[in-house]
Structures are given as C-alpha cells and as structure tokens.
Write a protein that binds this ligand. Structure first.
Ligand code: V0D
Length: 253
C-alpha cells in the first residue's frame, strides 16, 4: 500500500501538489548497497541480488523522472569492485547490456538521457558497446539525466584532475592564479553537472566509500537500513520528503 505523503505522492508527480517547487532536489545520488546481503538472507547467490537490484534501478529512474528531478547518479561499479571474485565482476559488467536490452525503449519513451562518470575506457567492449549505444540513442533527450558511475573512484578522479591541471600549467595553458574551485571542478568526470543536493545510501552503511568526495561537500545525506533490492518508490519519496523538510524555510531566509 503506497502511503499518501505530504509533499510527494507516489503516482505521476502532480506539480501543483508540491508545497515548494524550489525544494525539489536537482541532483540525487544513490549508493545502491545491500544487494549481496539481500541474496544471502534468501540463500541465493550474490548475483541474484544484483539482478534484483537492476530492476529497482528502472523503478527509481522512473520515479525520479516523474518527480522532475534533473539528475540521478547511481553508483553501479566502483574501482574497488574489481577486487571481487572474477565471476561476480564478469556478471556485474554484463548488467548494463541486460538492463538496456530490457529497459532502453522505456527510458527513451520517458525522455531519459543516459550518461556515465568513471574510468570508462578500460571496461570490457561488451559493456562499452551497450552503454555507448544507449548514450547515442538518448543524447537528444532533455528529461532526467540517468548518470551511471561506472568504474568510478573519487580519489582516482581527483588525482587525474590534479595531473591534468599540472600538465596544463606545464604547457602554459593554465596559470596558478586562474585555478579556483570552479575551474578545478571542470577537470572532474562530473564537469557540467550540478553537485548532488541529496545523497542516499542503502543497507545501513554510513560511509561515502570513495564516491563523489569533492562533489558532496554540501549535499544532504539520507541513510536507510533498507537493502537496495527492497528499495521502493515509496522509500525514495520518503527520502525526498525528508530532504524537503530539511530545506523548508517556513518563510525565513
Ligand atoms: C556495471 C555494473 C552495474 C551494476 C548494476 N547493478 C548491480 C549493482 C547495484 C544494483 C543495481 C544493479 N547495474 N544496474 C544497472 C546498470 C547499468 C549501468 C549502465 C547502464 F548504461 C545501464 C544500466 C548496472 N551496472
């Protein structure tokens, strides 16, 4: 039963029901944790949790689109995930192709644009081909940006940005006095994207796990014990409602 929530309902967003249009988070980022634990609780292999979690991605992408959120960034594969058993890594890196085979038509129908952040070039060809096809097919969409963090690690991202800054300075394309936070942000994978207003992490962990360390400097964090495969549109709306409550000004500044 979907709860009737004060500010968002769980059906197609009817914007005149919003208490404060200015309070919709422009960019929501999610660390989708708890897939392995979900499977273990059911005596299933870990990949069953990832498969279940993939279907939740589709549900939450549509919910975000209906709520007129502009960017939804999902931490799908971290640089640390390479340490997992080879069979699990291979399964994970085939999920984009499976997801897009099933859901790309629906994403296109909902005017959703696929983007990625991370060290993309070193991913397997079957992963890159599927994602590049989806990027091409959705490049002109101007609805929700569904941004997958793939082979993403924030410290790697920051370090490659520093190296590029140094290179640009050595090539006298950049002078030290010109370098500020705004210019440095352009060297990150997230260049051109607004910083996350709300970061959600599932499964009870309360860590950033090397995710968007620079970008979340001023983000609201919302943690839930719910495991990602059990995360629903109502859980998502609850997070958005809590965000709105934190941001309500009650007439003040
Ligand atoms: C590359 C690892 C991975 C893992 C994964 N999981 C497993 C981990 C978290 C739970 C969600 C399901 N998903 N779910 C969708 C994608 C996906 C990525 C790019 C794209 F363009 C379209 C879909 C995905 N990618």
């Amino acid at each position: 039963m979907s709860m009737k929530l004060p500010f968002f309902n769980s059906k197609k967003m009817n914007t005149n029901e919003l208490s404060d249009m200015d309070n919709i988070p422009k960019h929501v980022a999610i660390i989708m944790d708890g897939n392995g634990r979900w499977a273990k609780k059911r005596g299933l292999p870990r990949i069953a949790g990832h498969k279940e979690g993939m279907d939740v991605v589709r549900q939450i992408a549509k919910a975000a689109s209906n709520c007129h959120i502009e960017i939804l960034t999902l931490y799908a594969f971290s640089t640390e995930n390479w340490r997992r058993p080879k069979s699990e890594v291979d399964y994970l890196l085939r999920l984009p192709k499976e997801f897009l085979h099933i859901y790309l038509p629906e994403l296109i129908e909902n005017n959703i644009k696929i983007e990625t952040i991370g060290n993309f070039d070193v991913l397997p060809d079957y992963t890159k081909e599927a994602v590049n096809y989806a990027k091409e097919k959705t490049k002109d969409n101007d609805g929700l940006i569904l941004n997958f963090a793939l082979n993403y690690g924030s410290r790697f991202e920051i370090l490659q940005a520093v190296k590029q800054v140094i290179t640009d300075m050595e090539n006298t394309e950049l002078s030290l006095d010109k370098l500020d936070e705004q210019l440095f942000s352009k060297y990150l994978y997230t260049t051109g994207l607004a910083e996350p207003d709300l970061l959600i992490r599932t499964s009870g962990e309360k860590r950033l796990s090397n995710f968007m360390l620079w970008q979340v400097a001023y983000s609201e964090f919302w943690f839930t014990d719910v495991l990602w495969p059990d995360f629903t549109e109502d859980t998502f709306i609850q997070a958005l409602n809590d965000y709105q409550q934190r941001k309500r000004r009650y007439g003040g500044v």
